[in-house]
Design a protein around this ligand. Structure first.
Ligand SMILES: Nc1ncnc2c1ncn2[C@@H]1O[C@H](COP(=O)(O)OP(=O)(O)O)[C@@H](O)[C@H]1O
Ligand SMILES: [Mg+2]
Length: 282
């Protein structure tokens, strides 16, 4: 009897263990939590796409979302800056805090939220405007500058941080759409960081790029992580292993496992994660 009740007590321990793991992760990355999601459920009409997803995204550094196609990675990423609001029939429940502020708060200005939580998409999508205007657009609509000099400074520094300035400094007035794919993606990153976001969401940012452009973007992500909290969706486990410090594995709309990237790839706790990283599923 005693043994049984002890075993039962043990069974109810996982929440404490999970909390301990979370603290450990936070300590390992040496940072506080920037985004905290609890019990996030997402429906598209009748169809449920995410089930009770809870995760803490640490400040600075890169968190990777991996998992088979259709498992809900993009859906969850879009929850973080309320981009799902723009999809008809999409319903999000649960709680998401950005620096302790509930992003579902109706008083919150969504445009401002999306400046604080910037996004880079799979396919580079520069505006049909000049290189300069692509980057100047955000700071201008958010009234971040009071003079042309200040605006110039933000545009140049954003292009520099995105590793693009040297390649385009002599043709800033030319269309952004005239650049190569890899350059366009760096332009989109420059545009996203120009509004000084706290969090940068990247949904498979390299999937339309060749290996050389991909390597440049990965290097860039590695530099940006010092100053930004980056969340990247990738279907490439190699990429997740190269660029992230924390990895979350999704499967059929559920967050199966998360933890330090090295642990997820070398010593996953869940069989599904194991199966995925060894190529048995997905
Ligand atoms: N706009 C949408 N309308 C309806 N269903 C969607 C929409 N976007 C995604 N879904 C569905 O939600 C599930 C998760 O999709 P998604 O988040 O795109 O997965 P992933 O990014 O991991 O490939 C899939 O079943 C997909 O078909
Ligand atoms: Mg996706």
């Amino acid at each position: 009897m005693d043994t049984t009740s002890q075993e039962q007590t043990k069974k109810f321990e996982p929440p404490a263990a999970t909390a301990a793991a979370a603290v450990e992760t936070a300590t390992q990355t040496g940072s506080k939590t920037r985004v905290s999601a609890r019990d996030v459920n997402v429906h598209y009409g009748e169809k449920q796409a995410l089930f009770d997803v809870s995760i803490d995204i640490p400040d600075r550094g890169v968190t990777a979302f991996i998992g088979p196609s259709g498992c809900g990675k993009s859906t969850f990423l879009r929850c973080l800056n309320r981009m799902n609001d723009t999809i008809e029939g999409c319903r999000v429940t649960g709680k998401i805090l950005l620096d302790d502020v509930d992003i579902a708060n109706p008083d919150l200005d969504v445009v401002e939220l999306r400046a604080r939580v910037g996004m880079v998409f799979q396919k580079p999508n520069p505006f049909p405007k000049s290189i300069y205007e692509n980057v100047a657009y955000g700071p201008r609509i958010h009234g971040m500058t009071s003079s042309k000099d200040e605006l110039d400074e933000i545009v140049y520094s954003s292009l520099r941080r995105a590793g693009l300035y040297e390649e385009v400094k002599d043709r800033l007035d030319q269309p952004g759409t005239g650049l190569s794919g890899g350059q366009q993606q760096r332009l989109c990153i420059a545009r996203a960081i120009a509004t000084k976001p706290e969090v940068l969401l990247m949904d498979e940012p390299c999937s339309a790029l060749d290996p050389i452009a991909t390597a440049i973007i990965e290097e860039l992500i590695d530099e940006l992580r010092e100053n930004f909290t980056i969340v990247i969706v990738t279907h490439s486990m190699q990429q997740a292993a190269r660029v992230s410090q924390k990895t979350a594995f999704f499967h059929l709309g559920k967050l199966i496992e998360e933890g330090p990237t090295e642990q997820i790839f070398t010593n996953p706790l869940d069989k599904k994660t194991q199966d995925y990283i060894t190529g048995r599923i997905g």
